[in-house]
Design a protein around this ligand. Structure first.
Ligand code: NAI
Length: 244
């Protein structure tokens, strides 16, 4: 399954970077986007020092047109798009009592509409090819809810609904669509949590450790690979047993 063209959103750090690295290591042609040019160039240089050559582009997933231009550029260059991984995501946590409209809107625009924007553009080449894989990074809180994350958990639950509907719409074209719902993964996103919050979360994890970005990346590879050819519309929780 190597040599495919893959797009990973928000790929310059954290879970996205690990997904980019994992696809590149198995010989796929990897494109990724992110917000800041400097961070993108750093990521490309880091991976190049590991012998992995990937193509980063500045593109904000909240912009329908920017995403369209990126997908067009990929298809023009490689003639195809085999795998789309919707990883870009943000948190703007607050209890509902204090949540500002901007906090709600930005999380929805990034985490949920961002997935619409990429999928809307990617379905065209994938349907034409009669082959494709879409993996959406949701979250365990989209399944179980979490106080202080109404915007984020609603967006991630939306991603799960979108995943299931896309799986149904695209199955006849051999485009498989699944979601991964990570639990507590050590990245810059979770580094913002207090030590007390981290300790409390750890107590809820039967496997007794925090997840690593590679734990998620390996599952994304599986869902994009031949071994999962009969799986679509599923949500795979990668959370050390946090929620069952
Ligand atoms: P992170 O904050 O370390 O990385 C996210 C990346 O997405 C950053 O490089 C950021 O610049 C990029 N990004 C943000 N908004 C963007 C936009 N509008 N357009 C393009 N790129 C954008 O976060 P992390 O932890 O690596 O999370 C990756 C995904 O996994 C997110 O969707 C997140 O919600 C999800 N997730 C993370 C968990 C965790 O414990 N870290 C748990 C469950 C889900």
């Amino acid at each position: 399954m190597s040599g495919r063209t893959v797009l990973v959103t928000g790929g310059s750090r954290g879970i996205g970077l690990e997904i980019v690295r994992a696809f590149a290591r198995q010989g796929d042609k990897v494109w990724f986007n992110d917000l800041r040019e400097e961070q993108i160039r750093e990521t490309e240089a880091q991976l190049a020092s590991e012998g992995l050559h990937v193509a980063g582009r500045v593109c904000n997933v909240t912009s329908f047109d920017e995403v369209g231009a990126l997908v067009d550029a990929i298809v023009e260059t490689d003639g195809r798009l085999d795998v789309l991984v919707n990883n870009a995501g943000i948190t703007r946590d607050s209890l509902m009592m204090r949540m500002a409209e901007e906090q709600w809107d930005l999380v929805m625009a990034t985490n949920l509409k961002g997935c619409f924007n990429t999928i809307r553009h990617a379905v065209k080449p994938m349907m034409k090819q009669r082959q494709g894989r879409i993996v959406n990074i949701a979250s365990v809180v989209g399944v179980m809810g979490n106080a202080g994350q109404a915007n984020y958990s609603a967006a991630k639950a939306g991603v799960i609904g979108l995943t299931k509907t896309m799986a149904r719409e695209l199955a006849s074209r051999n485009v498989l669509v699944n979601a991964v719902a990570p639990g507590f993964i050590e990245t810059e996103m979770t580094a913002q949590l207090s030590e007390a919050a981290k300790a409390e979360l750890s107590r809820q994890i039967p496997l007794g450790r925090h997840g690593q970005a590679a734990d998620v990346a390996q599952v994304v590879l599986f869902l994009a690979g031949e071994a999962s050819a009969y799986i679509t519309g599923q949500v795979l929780q990668v959370d050390g047993g946090m929620h069952m």
